[in-house]
Design a protein around this ligand. Structure first.
Ligand code: SAT
Ligand code: MN
Length: 599
């Protein structure tokens, strides 16, 4: 077979993997429309995908996973650093040689009866000063189709790689070889799963799962876990953040990055439609931000992704009209949502359910059914360029200069609607102690409070104590001028009253909080200095056109001393996990907080 590249390291690696995994054939992906049609046609023929009605969702497909392969598997995700202490207490670790031996046994012959696809991809624009290349070898055509949406991939990337560009080798197998004549299943996978990262050698080995976060290796594996290690070494940040452009009625532009755990509304916030007249939000990214210092000493952020892989349930014209408009253009893959009888998709939160659906499990579903029609972690995978409010700056390899960083989680109590950090280190403290109730984005119990530092708990590719120190050290990058650093805010849209109802309406109304943040950046915006930071006064939140009483707003802004004192032992326990690696200044922040609360 003729090879479309002369990249020696790439060719040698492909040969080595092919000899180990023994696929029936190797296909080099060119990223063309024709290739997309061939792959999706074949998946429709085999029954792995169902084509949606082109009148409703053109060029779009419905996929159902194996019921045991629906989310990221954090218990099976490993950071295989040479030294165990480099993985730290928040990651699973295995010795790299041992992991490679274990996985080599699993990979042996694992692509038998299947095709191995070579997927060259680039995270971020191809015309970046330093394009960030990767090559995924996978035996899953679903992964190929999804990678075409989520990354810049194909011939142009391979060409840009030339003969010797650096790239991250990312090996993926569903772990389901086929014997001659053995019929395939719609969603091949394996009960044994490993999502392994080798930070020193910048390699990714994934086995046994076809689910997005475990199999689209450019996303969490490369752009967060591996990139966070590169970022530590090179003085930048790879973060689990949305990026938005906010324009005031006067035309002043602010760029905001925001870290929220999976399934806490990052995509909704990134595409928010402000209810406050005259304000405008445009999207740069909804999940990942790479932030580097510019020559001006400011932090410039780019979105390395090319698509959106959003949580479907809860998304509708009321909560995220721009996502709905993005999806209406088609060219999308929907996984584990429900199928309507007329060939469209449906999920919980999309208004009145139709009288009959096919559920994500492939079963008949009616509004009387007990279980939801869609899995709570069901996803849409759609091209970001279809987003009607995509900012022009999305395409700029320099990115956008970040004015503010938001940290947020899901907390029923304690955490007010918005708090401004006192300074950078206090902001890092807020990020390092960020907490959230768990969601369905990862396998495990839903709704328990866990610390999720910078919303990066499952994605930090090294020791979290070193990661906190790296964040603190970023202050040195701002040309010695801390004023050039973004201001840090802590938000919580999810506070509840005693009856369990949300205290704040959220969604488009969050523009009122964004307005206060923009005012604070201008040195305006009224705040009270509380023990936990600067919290807006009731009068400082613009309630024009919003029916919310003073008492209700007070309740959502309240800083309750006892609730915060109750956090102190939890934070102490959390910080203790990191031993010597916890930056001393974070202990000082905790001490200072305790002192302020006790005043
Ligand atoms: O499931 S993914 O990891 O792709 C998305 C997420 O959990 O944020
Ligand atoms: Mn995410």
């Amino acid at each position: 077979m003729t090879q479309p590249t002369e990249h020696r390291r790439l060719l040698a690696w492909i040969e080595e993997v092919a000899a180990l995994t023994t696929p029936d054939r190797i296909v080099w992906c060119d990223g063309s429309r024709q290739e997309w049609h061939d792959i999706t046609d074949a998946l429709v023929t085999s029954g792995a995908l169902v084509r949606l009605d082109p009148e409703k969702k053109p060029n779009s497909f419905w996929a159902r996973t194996d019921p045991g392969d629906v989310a990221r598997v954090e218990e099976r995700t490993f950071i295989c650093s040479a030294d165990e202490s480099d993985a730290g207490p928040t990651n699973n670790w295995m010795d790299p040689a041992e992991m490679k031996a274990t996985m080599t046994d699993l990979y042996r012959g694992c692509m038998r009866g299947r095709t191995m696809y070579v997927v060259p991809f680039c995270m971020g624009p191809l015309d970046a000063p330093q394009p960030m290349f990767g090559v995924e070898l996978t035996d899953s055509p679903y992964v190929v189709a999804s990678m075409r949406i989520m990354t810049r991939m194909g011939s142009a990337v391979l060409e840009a790689m030339g003969e010797d560009a650096d790239f991250v080798p990312a090996l993926h197998s569903v772990g389901a070889p086929l014997e001659p004549g053995q019929p395939d299943v719609a969603w091949p996978c394996n009960e044994t799963k490993y999502i392994s990262h080798f930070p020193e050698t910048r390699e990714i080995w994934s086995y046994g799962s076809g689910y997005g976060g475990n199999s689209l290796l450019g996303k969490k594996c490369y752009a967060l876990r591996i990139a966070s290690v590169a970022a530590r070494d090179e003085g930048w940040l790879a973060e689990h953040m949305l990026i938005m452009k906010l324009t005031s009625p006067e035309g002043q532009v602010r760029y905001i990055a925001g870290a929220f755990p999976s399934a806490c509304g990052k995509t909704n916030l990134a595409m928010l439609e402000p209810t406050l007249p005259g304000w405008k939000v445009e999207t740069v990214g909804d999940d990942i931000a790479w932030m580097r210092f510019g020559p001006d000493g400011r932090l410039w952020a780019t979105n390395p992704e090319y698509g959106l892989f959003g949580v479907a349930p809860g998304t509708d014209f009321r909560t995220n009209p721009n996502a709905m408009r993005t999806l209406a253009q088609g060219n999308s893959v929907f996984t584990n949502v429900a199928l309507t009888d007329d060939g469209d998709i449906w999920w919980e939160g999309m208004g009145e359910p139709p009288s009959h659906l096919t559920s994500w499990r492939g079963e008949d579903w009616t509004p009387g059914s007990d279980a939801p029609s869609s899995h709570p972690n069901s996803r849409f995978c759609t091209p970001i360029e279809q987003c009607p409010i995509l900012a022009d700056e999305y395409h700029d390899p320099r990115g956008v200069p970040i004015d503010a960083i938001l940290f947020g989680g899901r907390r029923k109590t304690t955490v007010p609607l918005v708090t401004e950090a006192r300074d950078w280190v206090h902001g890092v403290y807020l990020g390092a102690t960020l907490s959230s109730e768990t969601t369905a984005a990862a396998v495990g119990q839903v709704g328990v409070v866990r610390r999720d530092p910078m919303a990066m708990l499952p994605f930090i590719g090294y020791h979290a104590g070193d990661y906190f120190q790296h964040w603190i050290d970023m202050a040195k990058g701002a040309s010695g001028d801390a004023a050039r650093l973004p201001k840090i805010f802590y938000v919580n849209w999810f506070r509840r009253d005693d009856e369990g109802g949300f205290l704040w309406p959220g969604f488009g109304e969050n523009s009122r909080v964004l307005k206060w943040i923009a005012e604070r950046l201008d040195g305006k915006g009224e705040a009270v200095e509380t023990a936990i930071g600067h919290v807006p006064t009731v009068a400082a939140i613009d309630r024009t056109g919003l029916d919310l009483s003073d008492e209700a707003l007070e309740a959502v802004l309240r800083v309750d001393r006892d609730e915060w004192l109750a956090e102190i032992p939890q934070v102490t326990e959390w910080f203790t996990k990191f031993g010597d690696k916890l930056p001393a200044v974070l202990w000082s922040e905790l001490d200072a907080l305790r002192a302020r609360l006790s005043e």
